[in-house]
Ligand binder design. Structure first.
Ligand SMILES: Cc1cc2nc3c(=O)[nH]c(=O)nc-3n(C[C@H](O)[C@H](O)[C@H](O)COP(=O)(O)OP(=O)(O)OC[C@H]3O[C@@H](n4cnc5c(N)ncnc54)[C@H](O)[C@@H]3O)c2cc1C
Length: 389
């Protein structure tokens, strides 16, 4: 749903200009320094990039799902590091609060997340609990007016620079199921919280990711999201359901950009006396990429609109994430191919996208987990939910 189509399209035009004029020219420098410079972070904050999905009452733009995915498709037409810098605040690092936080929690934290003063992170994954997130072991023991957290989270985006962590921990040691899990808001500076060094990664230089450690970490009972134990996994699933549509949109921007760059290359480079773009086998790679980008865009917009209408899109969100992330990987591969040897050379930028987008198929549910989810829900819709072991 677009609340005001005219002003939203003006907003998208401004965002497009900002991406082209301020972010794209700084891509190589960010990759080299492995950091988004503070002055660009300040510019992104001034453009309101940190607050897209946070309600207006708390200083954000209060975007609908359709508006959020349209903005995401524009913002992601540059190096992934930029949108990853703001992405935890507009996604997994704020959404638990938006969905299930108490009024007091929202008032306390959301304005700072919306302005970018605070960077959020979402800490679910553990060394022994990846795809099987319900197996998480981080414990939270109540002692009077606070909880004591112990455990380790791994692969947490923005953890090295985050000030606020949404943490899933087990409050009921006797319940190994999802019902034993509670969501906490843990501030950097609360005693017993520390973060590890940033991992060295395949791609997404400039987007720091690390472990988070809890050693007798003291968290006030007032920081249980929603104020109730045992609701954490439900909250996490709400976060991920919306985020899967958002992430699918964030896979479309890089695909558009890679195809644009590859077309500019094949239109200019000549072999056998003619432009590469005039060869039909090269055109096939353009056609397949453009077709898949269009399909992903239509799928994501349709799902976003349904979510805005209040329709349950759990199945569709999984389809979006699975299709768009795999699509982006295929487009990246074709675009490297179109550049020939130059596709393999770092200065050209295409190999950076190729490495950066590989992560999309791994996090927020691997492709295999989404395949399982899609099949399970499709069978259930057809009345085949009880197939036995
Ligand atoms: C850079 C980066 C950033 C991340 N950011 C965050 C973050 O901010 N917050 C957070 O909580 N997590 C984050 N993650 C974690 C991410 O969500 C997990 O890595 C992902 O869920 C997969 O878990 P795993 O790595 O333990 O793989 P595993 O679960 O061990 O899976 C390994 C392989 O086995 C397959 N597999 C597993 N189970 C099955 C099955 N039942 N059937 C078929 N195949 C299966 C998988 O598909 C995969 O191919 C991030 C990860 C990375 C790498």
């Amino acid at each position: 749903m677009l609340r005001d189509p005219e002003s939203f399209s003006a907003f998208l035009a401004t965002l497009r200009r900002f991406v082209r004029e301020r972010l794209v020219p700084n891509e190589a420098e960010v990759a080299e320094a492995d950091e988004v410079p503070a002055e660009l972070v300040a510019e992104m904050a001034a453009h309101g990039l940190f607050g897209y999905s946070i309600p207006e009452a708390y200083g954000g733009a209060g975007m609908t799902t359709e508006e959020l995915v349209l903005a995401a498709m524009e913002l992601s037409q540059c190096s992934v590091a930029f949108r990853a810098r703001v992405g935890t605040n507009t996604g997994i690092g704020s959404e638990a609060l938006v969905a299930d936080g108490t009024d007091e929690q929202k008032r306390r934290y959301l304005p700072k997340l919306a302005s970018g003063e605070v960077t959020g992170a979402f800490a679910l994954t553990e060394p022994e609990a990846g795809s099987d997130a319900v197996a998480l072991k981080t414990s939270a023991r109540r002692e009077g007016d606070h909880y004591v957290l112990n455990g380790t989270k791994c692969f947490i985006t923005n953890a090295p620079i985050a000030n606020l962590f949404t943490v899933m921990a087990r409050t009921d040691p006797n319940d190994p199921s999802a019902r034993g899990v509670t969501a906490f808001l843990v501030e950097r500076g609360m005693p017993g919280l520390s973060t590890g060094p940033a991992y060295r990664k395949m791609g997404q230089a400039g987007s720091p990711v690390s472990e988070v450690h809890f050693r007798d970490c003291i968290v006030p009972a007032a920081n249980v999201i929603g104020g109730r134990e045992g609701q954490g996994f439900k909250t996490a699933m709400k976060v991920l359901n919306k985020q899967r549509i958002h992430l699918a949109a964030l896979c479309i921007g890089p695909a558009i950009r890679m195809l644009d760059d590859a077309m500019a290359f094949v239109a200019n480079r000549r072999q056998f006396g003619q432009a590469l773009a005039s060869f039909q086998l090269v055109q096939a790679m353009i056609a397949d990429s453009q077709t898949e980008i269009h399909a992903a865009r239509a799928l994501v917009l349709d799902t976003a609109r349904k979510r805005d209408e209040g329709i349950d899109v759990t199945l569709e969100a999984s389809i979006c994430k699975y299709f768009a992330s795999e699509m982006c990987g295929r487009v990246a591969d074709r675009c490297v191919q179109m550049l020939g040897g130059y596709g393999y050379i770092a200065d050209m930028g295409m190999e950076r996208f190729y490495r950066d987008v590989r992560l999309f198929r791994l996090y927020e549910g691997t492709s295999q987990i989404h395949q399982l989810n899609i099949a399970k829900r499709t069978l259930a819709r057809a009345g085949w939910s009880d197939l036995g072991a």
